[in-house]
Write a protein that binds this ligand. Structure first.
Ligand code: ATP
Length: 302
């Protein structure tokens, strides 16, 4: 993650992610699902600023630039503004494990829509861990931060690693994809979101799981058309049963001239793979005019 020192403290940009591939391999005895997913960070960012302070509490302030707290079809709703916020939990966990007595001021500027499958909370947690590690001068290497990240959430290790990756287990086993390259997308977040737990509950693991290799190979040889054909998400039928927006967006995206499209994570956000940045901007303008939700032209990033 990109770390910048400023007069206000340590600044870390926390990207959203999209899942180009998502397969559910089975349900485990501990209640989690075994998954295989190919994710990439994209250029839609929350911002974390952390300033250390003398021994005392962690103060937290959250600013929402747009209405990020959207209607969730079942459960959830707003970005937590207290100790339940994943960014606060990350800083508290590091403080506890490292035996730090110093306090700090944690500011979160929220731009990533929540309950959308874009991983905003997990990204904020990884960014907060990174910022506090620098501000408190702990200098823990990422191997030492990784177990804390996995404890905070399945997607947090992916964000801590920072690049596109194939993730397995419950998502916390990260295999970086080093030659991923630069990809253009349009991301659409419809006016209603979904709770990850509700979507998983309705998902049935397949007898014959889909293989991620054709997509991985197409991405690594920069074959945009083949990559577009291989976009896949096993959670999509379950999400479609919970929110009418899933089928509605699929109809809109099928009629557009993208190279491929799909739902990110447990939804409801969707993305379109584009030919280049100009194509992404053109499609984004068209979707904006259709009023199907918030629209972002983004690029893959580290
Ligand atoms: P994922 O794709 O990782 O399942 P998501 O994008 O669907 O996540 P998030 O926006 O990360 O969902 O938030 C999911 C839940 O986490 C919400 O119910 C929210 O109340 C809680 N949460 C805690 N901290 C944060 C945070 N910093 N930003 C957003 N949500 C947070």
């Amino acid at each position: 993650m990109r770390v910048v020192r400023s007069a206000k403290g340590i600044v870390v940009q926390a990207p959203a992610k999209i899942n180009l591939f998502f397969e559910v391999l089975g349900k485990r005895a501990d209640g989690y699902h075994e998954v295989e997913t190919l994710m990439c960070p994209v250029s839609l960012f929350d911002t974390i600023v952390f300033q250390e302070s003398p021994p005392g509490p962690i103060h937290f302030h959250c600013r929402q630039t747009t209405r990020c707290g959207i209607r969730v079809e079942a459960g959830g709703g707003e970005v937590p503004e207290g100790p339940d916020n994943l960014a606060v939990r990350a800083v508290q966990l590091l403080r506890e494990r490292a035996g730090v007595s110093d306090g700090g001021w944690l500011h979160l500027t929220k731009r990533i829509p929540m309950a959308a499958g874009l991983g905003g909370g997990s990204s904020d947690a990884a960014a907060a861990l990174t910022a506090a590690n620098v501000a408190w001068k702990l200098n823990w290497p990422s191997e030492r931060l990784m177990p804390l990240a996995a404890e905070l959430g399945s997607d947090v290790p992916f964000f801590l690693d920072g690049g596109a990756a194939l993730c397995r287990g419950r998502g916390e086993r990260v295999e970086p994809l080093d030659r991923f390259g630069l990809w253009d997308f349009v991301v659409i977040r419809p006016p209603a979101g979904l709770s990850t737990r509700d979507v998983y509950r309705r998902c049935v693991p397949p007898d014959q799981p889909r293989n991620v290799n054709p997509l991985r190979d197409a991405l690594l040889r920069r074959d945009r058309r083949a990559a577009g054909r291989e976009v896949f998400n096993r959670l999509q039928p379950a999400a479609a049963r919970l929110s009418p927006w899933v089928d509605r967006l699929h109809a809109v995206l099928a009629a557009a001239d993208g190279l491929g499209y799909g739902m990110s994570g447990s939804g409801t956000a969707h993305f379109v793979l584009c030919r280049h940045v100009g194509h992404a901007r053109r499609l984004a303008r068209r979707f904006q005019a259709m009023q199907v939700g918030r629209v972002y032209a983004v690029q893959s990033c580290r």
